[in-house]
Design a protein around this ligand. Structure first.
Ligand code: ATP
Length: 215
């Protein structure tokens, strides 16, 4: 059984930067699927603009029809703060025999030591770091030690063990950020070509992000 990719985020809104990274990882690492998991109530940042239900709706619209892409609403159904370790434990309970790969962007990986119970994550899943070509992995500090101990360049290692490895994978870097999309929409501009048309349609239909009062 091939690994399951776990891609969490606020996805406020989801865009092609997220989608292209996830697709390249799905293909290059021969994952069975990538699960997009919008957070409910994010611990690391202020309130999101779109509520969790609407962010989940945009994620589902974005991935519709793509084999291997799955939207997962478990963080919306959980009460209280969303922590990655809880999500991974819940996936582990559901898929006891599967390899799990937590997909994080470079920015998120560099913040890892701030995450709640971060030192437990590798007991449950691998960590897949999507990074821009040419970026050098940290070689000192807690993340440097973690990579020295757990890093692997071998995709097969991610298939053979269910957890415990760190794999740094170069993806095409699309300099798109949800924050900029929200600002652009609030300024009355069109987010077309930054995201699938189906997501843009939801933004147009609901009027989300259109008022700067949301920010
Ligand atoms: P915001 O601008 O609101 O902070 P964001 O665009 O960074 O949002 P998030 O939902 O916070 O999106 O990110 C979810 C995950 O996607 C994180 O692991 C982040 O590193 C990664 N990510 C965000 N933008 C990109 C991008 N352009 N390319 C690749 N990965 C990205």
């Amino acid at each position: 059984m091939r690994p399951i990719g776990v891609f969490g985020g606020t996805f406020d809104p989801i865009h092609y930067g997220h989608l292209r990274s996830a697709f390249e990882i799905l293909q290059a690492l021969r994952f069975d699927e990538v699960r997009f998991i919008p957070c409910g109530d994010p611990p690391h940042r202020g309130n999101t603009v779109a509520d969790a239900g609407l962010r989940y709706r945009m994620v589902s619209a974005a991935i519709a029809g793509q084999d291997g892409f799955v939207s997962d609403d478990r963080e919306l159904r959980r009460k209280g703060l969303s922590y990655s370790i809880d999500t991974l434990n819940s996936l582990r309970a559901e898929f006891p025999d599967r390899s799990l790969g937590l997909i994080v962007g470079m920015d998120a990986f560099l913040d890892l030591p701030e995450w709640h119970r971060w030192d437990e994550i590798l007991n449950v899943a691998h960590i897949i770091v999507a990074h821009r070509p040419g970026w050098k992995a940290p070689d000192r500090g807690p993340l440097g030690s973690l990579i020295a101990e757990h890093g692997t360049h071998q995709v097969d290692d991610l298939h053979q063990a269910m957890c415990g490895r760190i794999h740094i994978h170069a993806v095409t870097q699309l300099e798109i950020a949800s924050t900029e999309i929200r600002e652009l929409v609030a300024a009355g501009r069109d987010p077309r070509f930054l995201m699938p048309d189906a997501v843009r349609d939801v933004i147009k239909e609901t009027g989300i992000y259109m008022s700067e009062l949301h920010e």
